[in-house]
Design a protein around this ligand. Sequence first.
Ligand SMILES: Cc1cc2nc3c(=O)[nH]c(=O)nc-3n(C[C@H](O)[C@H](O)[C@H](O)COP(=O)(O)OP(=O)(O)OC[C@H]3O[C@@H](n4cnc5c(N)ncnc54)[C@H](O)[C@@H]3O)c2cc1C
Length: 438
Amino acid sequence: MATSDSEVDVVIVGGGFAGVTAARELSARGRRTVLLEARDRLGGRTWTKDHDGHPMEFGGTWVHPLQPHVWSEIHRYGVETETFPVLEGLRQAVVSDGRVVDLSDDDAARALEALDQFCAPGMTLFPEPFAETLGPDPDGLADRSLREQFDTFKAEPALRDWVEGMCCTIAFGPLEQSGATEVFRIYALAGYSAEQTMAALSATKLVKGTRELINSIAGQATLADIRLNSPVRRVVQSDGGVRVELESGETVSAPTALIALPMNVLNSVEFEPPLSEIKRTASADRHAGAGMKCFVRVKGDIGNVSIVAPEAQPVNWLVTYAHGPEGSWLIAFASNPDKLQMTAFDDVRGMQTALQPLLPGVEVESIVGWDWSNDPHALGTWCIYRPGQLAKVLPELRTTEGRLFFAGGDSSNTWRGFIDGAIESGYYSARHIHDYLT
Ligand SMILES: Cc1cc2nc3c(=O)[nH]c(=O)nc-3n(C[C@H](O)[C@H](O)[C@H](O)COP(=O)(O)OP(=O)(O)OC[C@H]3O[C@@H](n4cnc5c(N)ncnc54)[C@H](O)[C@@H]3O)c2cc1C
């Protein structure tokens, strides 16, 4: 629906899960919004792209019943889910001491026990993972990097390497730049259980892709005027309201605005008056999530594999997406893309070299995916705070500034860094904006 400025209650900047959920929630409260999205699609860091006959998720993928907000949306719209990766015949392995070590079911269970042990010190830090406050921290865990925490961890080599590889995959950035809090928090949210942590992170996806869910939510944002290809350049606040200026030169004004941008992108919009120093510093420092996820087509039937590798390796998790005699699609996760030594995102030869330690002899044919860290509208992958950022940044990122409200998966109190957190922040901000306007 098209809306004239005088009728708009809220300008929403950003059409990821946070912004779109807020638009629907505000519609439900009778509030008119204009949602400005820079891209030619909704969904932001989730993006279902059809390729080679498959709906591939270039960004956010996995969901789980332990994530209450996204799960409730899945039920609300009757979105179909499936187990992924397929467990039948799944070969699990870890790269340890330069060799691929296959994991029996018993080994896999022991690997989970090792992850439980690794996460145990963080349990006191998150006694109530859905609450805003941290628990006691006599050892200064909140300021520790995952690398520092990992250096204190003892386990037999293959299990240690598996836990390190999982930490790389969760952090999706160099371990020395990622806060130990981030793994501890996810573990706490998953009921202080390594098994449930793994399930929440990588067991269930949407059959038709995340686009079905975001489109369902957007479809009920009945009082929202959704404008794609509308990058915002400047946001000016005055006593009378907020004026949002687009790159195109157009403006949209309203009594309030909801900024639903990634943390790393906040500084690419000019705010007048400027945002708080903490928000600006957080955006300049960025969170640590800067890895590379891509779909790799390889020759032959690789079967169902899930291979984990520690930080020294360029690829830290390799999992089958689809396979058959005509070839296989694997998903590769590299927490530190510098280690890949690829000349470009689709450098087949570079990826082939990077995969050898995990799948010796594998022959790469093509690569598809998206370079989120160099995407100007994301500047990073999922949100993983740096050491110390949790306490400094989180409370402030959501704090209202005058007529500006803030939402995003990067500032959720709950499943931060996940689709669930983005949806939660959409609920939260819409409620607060409605109260403000009432
Ligand atoms: C590779 C990858 C894998 C992931 N895997 C998972 C997973 O398995 N499970 C999970 O739950 N989560 C996953 N995530 C995280 C999840 O995708 C995000 O946490 C969530 O989608 C964030 O939603 P958001 O609305 O807060 O931000 P975004 O989705 O980033 O939305 C922000 C929007 O703002 C727009 N924008 C930016 N600048 C401007 C501007 N100037 N003007 C107007 N619009 C602008 C962007 O285009 C974007 O659409 C993954 C993310 C990535 C990148």
